[in-house]
Design a protein around this ligand. Structure first.
Ligand code: UT7
Length: 321
């Protein structure tokens, strides 16, 4: 049975970089409040002509180039997003078309698990490779959350941003993804949601993200520590063997709490939340790509990826890079 190994990574952030001070000119907030509560300093916002698929394609091209793999050799595309270009078709098929490989016929689909989306997508890709159903898989997390934010609601709009990250996985005799675990608990769906829908041409409900921030904070701290422990233990590893924690980038305090629980110093954590805020499904591959391109992460090291978001849905992946 072959492993799913990371062949290459890529990412993309829109050019428009907005600071906390920029936001404080428009709403009642401050750099001091946002920095101390979340660690966020900047977020990037897509311009009116940029769609989620455009961000996804830019990240995908970077990942394919770093994997040295022609797009024609992909045999599966999975896009994790909660902000698709349209109701249908999937953003993954739009990405396939924009990469110019529609005629390859490779399957392409979206997964929607909000901020846990990349965990769900990479775990699905791993299952395809482990079962022999695919050899080269493009896994993307891409979001334009700026379009589902109420920009007058300071409790949510300062937290999120737009971006995309991508990973090319290839079948390999060498590990690879070692173990992964996904979980969900729909009883907590009211903590974080964007409850609107389009019906007969009209929006029903609110089209904006709503969140019980402190409720999410408590749940996230608890479940991320638990799933991290479970993935490490079930794989027969110890936390001391983890070279890098690559967490979902929502809040620096949540990340610090998971690292502390695992006994990892912050020197072993890839932290990018200050640069792009919470980009939902894009945040883990954005952090991963940053860690690799900056030279922090090296080949042969063990990484623990983990994320949690609306649903509630969460998961963790242990891999050898
Ligand atoms: O991927 C999962 C997605 N979400 C998350 O990970 C978010 C998890 N939750 C959090 O990160 C934190 O709960 C927040 C950063 C959202 C909020 O931090 P908090 O320490 O839980 O603050 P709070 O919601 O309890 O609000 C404290 C105060 C309130 O004022 P009062 O009622 O004490 O007078 C808020 O009105 O801070 C106020 N506040 C703000 N002040 C300045 C809320 N938002 C802002 C703001 N600027 N942007």
């Amino acid at each position: 049975m072959q492993y799913a190994k990371i062949l290459g990574t890529g990412s993309y952030l829109p050019a428009n970089r907005v600071s906390n001070d920029d936001l404080a000119k428009k709403i009642d907030t401050s750099d001091e409040w946002i920095t101390t509560r979340t660690g966020i300093k900047f977020r990037h916002l897509a311009d009116d002509n940029e769609k989620t698929s455009d961000l996804a394609v830019a990240a995908a091209r970077n990942a394919l180039a770093s994997a040295n793999l022609p797009a024609e050799e992909l045999d599966l595309i999975i896009v994790a997003t909660s902000t698709p270009d349209m109701i249908f078709p999937s953003t993954a098929t739009i990405v396939q078309q924009k990469l110019g490989i529609g005629s390859s016929g490779c399957p392409a689909f979206d997964v929607q698990a909000v901020c846990a989306g990349f965990m769900y997508a990479i775990t699905t890709a791993n299952a395809y490779i482990r079962s022999g159903m695919a050899k080269n898989v493009l896994v993307i997390g891409a979001e334009t959350f700026s379009r589902i934010l109420d920009w007058n609601d300071r409790t949510t709009c300062v937290l999120f941003g737009d971006g995309a990250g991508a990973v090319v996985l290839g079948a390999s005799d060498e590990p690879g993804i070692i173990h992964s675990k996904l979980q969900a608990d729909g009883d907590y769906l009211d903590l974080l949601k964007t409850p609107g829908q389009v019906v007969n041409g009209q929006v029903w409900g609110t089209p904006f993200l709503t969140m019980d921030g402190p409720g999410v904070f408590k749940f996230a701290v608890k479940m991320l520590s638990k799933v991290a422990d479970e993935v490490i233990t079930e794989a027969g590893y110890t936390a001391g063997q983890i070279d890098w924690l690559v967490p979902h980038q929502a809040n620096k305090r949540i990340i610090e709490s998971t690292a502390k629980h695992l006994g990892l110093s912050m020197e072993k954590v890839v932290l990018t939340v200050q640069e792009h805020g919470n980009t939902s499904a894009a945040s883990i591959p954005l952090a991963l790509d940053s860690g690799i391109r900056s030279g922090q992460i090296s080949r042969g090291q063990h990484l623990l990826l983990e994320g949690i978001g609306g649903g509630f849905a969460w998961g963790a992946v242990l891999l050898k890079y």
